[in-house]
Design a protein around this ligand. Sequence first.
Ligand SMILES: [Zn+2]
Ligand SMILES: [Zn+2]
Length: 372
Amino acid sequence: MSTAPELDRTTATTSPEPAGLFGTGIAVPAAADLPVEIPVDTVGLSPDDKARTKVITSAIRRRSQELRRDHPVLRHQDALGLTAFSVAVLGFVGSGALYLTGALPWYVTLLLSAAFAAVGHEVEHDLIHALYFRRRKAVRYALLFGVWAIRPYTINPVYRIRLHLRHHAYSGLPDDIEEVSITNGKPWGAVRLYSLLDPYVPALIRIVTTRPKDAEDALWRRTILKASIGLTPVAITIWYAFLGLHVASWLGAAVPTSWLQVLTVLTVVWVGPNVWRGFCLHFISSNMHYQGDVEQGNVLQQTQVFNRWYLVPFQVFCLNFGSTHPIHHFYVADPFYVRQLMERDIHPVLAANGVRFNDMGTFKRANRYQMS
Ligand SMILES: [Zn+2]
Ligand SMILES: [Zn+2]
């Protein structure tokens, strides 16, 4: 179900108070550093749900083994991870270079680079689960920073490890900071829509304009702030300067042409593809995960398969995330391309065991799992 071990409920420390802005619902670790291995509490699940989960997980594991048997190349996971990393980086840089030489118009570069950056996002996610170079942490971290370089409008990937493992441990609960941060569970409106495009600035504004509720809330705020040091503020500055100075120029202000040119190049070849890619990923992810009333540890309720044909324009820029990510919640040990290969065989198993498909009512319910 997750890389994290199961935990008996009696050993889990839960806070009786409602969580703050970034509250986690568990005790603050004594050390300043937060744990990356989060125990998963599945004790409260019904025997039926546990049995269905086991059927799905076993089917995925079996299919995973069959694929490796039938396609031996899949056993070279480190080499495939390095290949995916190279495709992402070289494709992103190459697309930008072709724009600079005049071979590609800006909109082709923007979309092409967004697709290559999406490959980078999947590589990052697989590295977070240590699916490549499991015993070579230095290589994993080097690759993580490599994919951050082509996706500057994201947080430091090393900090994302903690947030993402927490996502698996507390998926669908208010403690699932990663999903809550990209609008999951919020009522629809202008703020939610804008936050899909840029979740970082609204989050930073909330952090600096509200007070921490408790020490735990304060700890997570500091973590988010520290995770944002590095490329994130650079990308934010380029994006808003690009928008602001172009608007100022259209309104007649004397903005130096060289500034506009530099900002346009940086936006087309580096930041802009990631704004669009981020929007697509956040839109799909924040609607295919349930939030707010999911049973702790119940993978059947954590996600839906979100793959209607009209979602394709978004799925292209997050590598079919809405269709394959539910498989990952049940079994984290496969890289993104293996999930894609088994999608057709596993979807019927998901459907037969109660995982929802294309539940569009989630928009009205602000991601609540319960239908009423
Ligand atoms: Zn994951
Ligand atoms: Zn997820």
